[in-house]
Design a protein around this ligand. Structure first.
Ligand code: SAH
Length: 344
């Protein structure tokens, strides 16, 4: 496989440059062309001597996804793009423009094998893992089309990041690299459906990134119905792993909880949820379910949502109800891609 110029830290690029018998400082120049000036045509990298450009052209590839379409929500606060990878696979990325800055939600896999009943990304199973460079390119796609600063990254798009562990970790380091995005670890959130052994592994990396766990239920019976992969991991063990993550990294864990009427959103469910987490220092992000075409699941009424939230708060829990952003542009997991494929 030829060396892909895209998706490396400065030390990795330096190693390649030195291996090719070019001086070390050339690596920084290449990185600046790619990540600061967004120049991808090797011939336009005029600071590099002609011999080096010729060598790069014969020895390397520059493989980056192509932007197929982009749409913006009516209020302008959410932009979504569909990218085509070198092998023709399609992936989605969303940018949310918050008052504190731009947050980009990246996909970590093409498709997903987790099978959550509410999620459009998993309908056709897992196609493949994304490489760190392909995940990184999702962020740069927004920088290319909108030239925006990026405040935070959420690994919450299609796919289960903890089943693509090495590439996801490489991506997190690329985000933090001062020559690339220079984003602080604290502004990176990884969302997992709760792959217990991998949560311990991530905790032991001791990176101060935020861990979000898709809990979605107060007990194993309901959780197994919504989230088939949870049959492999007891809910109690997920909570213990979250406690370990907090103890090891000092970062409070967020529990994501999709509210689905008649399934997990009653007051009794909220009470059981409080008993489950006990005194753990954690945060709840309540997410009224976004309707998808394939399954008849509905959010509770605004009153029911408020009651659920109040009960958690009464027990001293910190909570937010996720703002619905970009509903009309199909921003929830995998929905734009499914529409695009259906129209073809
Ligand atoms: N596999 C990881 C990350 C991808 S899913 C995980 O399970 O956390 C991330 C989040 O997407 C879920 O927690 C949920 O908050 C959101 N999501 C997916 N489909 C949704 C839907 N139909 N309505 C609302 N949120 C949805």
């Amino acid at each position: 496989m030829p060396f892909n110029l895209w998706g490396h830290t400065l030390p990795e690029m330096e190693k390649w440059v030195l291996d090719q018998n070019f001086p070390r400082f050339r690596a920084k120049q290449i990185q600046d062309y790619l990540y600061k000036r967004h120049i991808f045509d090797i011939d336009a990298m005029k600071q590099l001597p002609e011999t080096m450009r010729a060598s790069i052209k014969s020895e390397t590839i520059l493989e980056k996804p192509v932007i197929m379409s982009s749409i913006q929500s009516n209020d302008g606060n959410t932009t979504k793009i569909l990218l085509k990878l070198a092998d023709g696979s399609l992936i989605e990325t969303v940018c949310m423009h918050h008052n504190y800055g731009n947050s980009i939600c990246v996909s970590t896999q093409v498709g997903c094998s987790m099978g959550c009943i509410f999620c459009a990304s998993t309908r056709n199973g897992l196609e493949r893992n994304l490489t760190a460079g392909e995940i990184l390119a999702q962020v740069y796609a927004f920088k290319e089309i909108m030239d925006i600063p990026v405040h935070s990254i959420v690994l919450m798009g299609s796919g289960e990041p903890l089943t693509n562990y090495e590439e996801v970790l490489r991506f997190i380091h690329l985000c933090n690299d001062p020559g690339l995005l220079n984003i602080s670890f604290r502004n990176i959130t990884l969302s997992t459906c709760g792959i217990v052994p991998q949560i311990y592994r991530l905790a032991d990396e001791k990176l101060p990134i935020t861990l979000a766990i898709s809990l979605h239920a107060p007990n194993d019976r309901i959780r197994n119905e919504i989230l088939p992969v949870s049959r492999h991991f007891k809910i109690e063990d997920v909570i213990k792993a979250a406690g370990y993550y907090f103890k090891t990294t000092g970062r409070r864990v967020t529990f994501e909880y999709i509210l689905i009427r008649n399934i997990n959103a009653s007051i009794e469910n909220a009470e059981e949820l409080c008993r489950l987490v006990g005194k753990m220092n954690c945060h709840f992000n309540l997410i009224p379910i976004n309707g998808t075409e394939h399954i008849q699941l509905f959010p509770p009424t605004p009153n029911e949502i408020r009651d659920f939230q109040s009960l958690l708060e009464k027990h001293g829990k910190s909570t937010t109800v996720r703002k619905q952003m970009g509903d009309e542009i199909q921003a929830a997991c995998g929905q734009l891609k499914r529409r695009y494929m259906a129209n073809k």
